[in-house]
Design a binder for this molecule. Sequence first.
Ligand SMILES: C[S@@+](CC[C@H](N)C(=O)[O-])C[C@H]1O[C@@H](n2cnc3c(N)ncnc32)[C@H](O)[C@@H]1O
Length: 345
Amino acid sequence: MHTTSVLSPTNLLRMVLPSVHARLRGLLARWPWIRAVQLVVDDLWWGIRLWIGRIDTDSGTTHERLTLDESMRYIEGVMSDYKRYGRLANFRGVVAEVGPGDNSGVALLMRGEGCDRVDLIDRYESRRDPAKHHRIYEALSEKYNLSRFRRGCRWNDQDLEGITQKVGHSAEAYFRECSRSAEPVYDLIVSRAVMQHLFDPLGAMEAMIACLKPGGQMIHKIDLRDLNMFTPQKHELTFLGFPHVVYRCMTHNSGRPNRVLFHRYRDVLEQLKAQRLIDYDVFITRLVGIGDLIPHLRPVEISAEMWDHAERVVENCRQHFAREFVAVESRDLAVSGVFLVATRL
Ligand SMILES: C[S@@+](CC[C@H](N)C(=O)[O-])C[C@H]1O[C@@H](n2cnc3c(N)ncnc32)[C@H](O)[C@@H]1O
């Protein structure tokens, strides 16, 4: 009888690979520069993929890991956050959702509430499971009476009434082009967990403002953490230690966090406010060393103890920061998540 030898090449690999993997993880944890090299190589690979037109990605595949109930709760949570912090009674007019990822559920609910059109703008194409998405849209449809937006007998998010997919368009290019239109196009521009992935979020934000009709609103929830580039093995502020050029080489093509932090968004919003183009509001969603703030709070609503704690965590790491962060106030660097709400005047 033929039996597989205990020391066959496959078995040897099976024995050796986990320990190699564990050792590699240990090295990465001790020397973030090794991880940085790995990220630079990966980003180069992303550059090649984009150049040959491969835009499929696992980023934004939020619903892949969720049950039907969790997906419903996620979509409903996104909607209620926009309403609560944007102080929207309901959704109306023409809307752009930037970086929707693998689901058009938020757009469907917006249509259900009375939006005339929702444009979905995404640089990449998040992988999705059509059968699973059919179930999500069917459940949303039953709960919110949305069947009028389905074309054909099955839900297909490429073909929904009044929802336009603009996949393969970066937000930067799309809104720059849109800002050249004779008339502003949008009543509302929203995003969640997207601005931190843009290669030029500040330019995109200015262009978005130019695309808003008077009275129109822009609402962005922005996660300012490193999103597992170096965490959880290293401290949450490790990513601020790399010089600008190196960091850009790790992130530009892959859409990894752009390290554009709170103070830079605020400076642009302040400039636009000084030009009487907008009014704006900020809610802090997370603080360094503390975590999520739920409900999200305006800076003045956060207690002095919380600010002190978060600022101390920043101060303890400051000696390792790259030049561009050395002069930035600790309070600004302590903000690791924000909700920005701007209204076009
Ligand atoms: C973390 S996912 C968030 C997905 C979704 N908003 C959610 O809450 O589940 C980030 C999304 O931003 C998109 N994205 C990244 N860079 C972009 C860019 N420059 N322009 C437009 N979309 C971008 C990705 O393709 C992805 O769909």
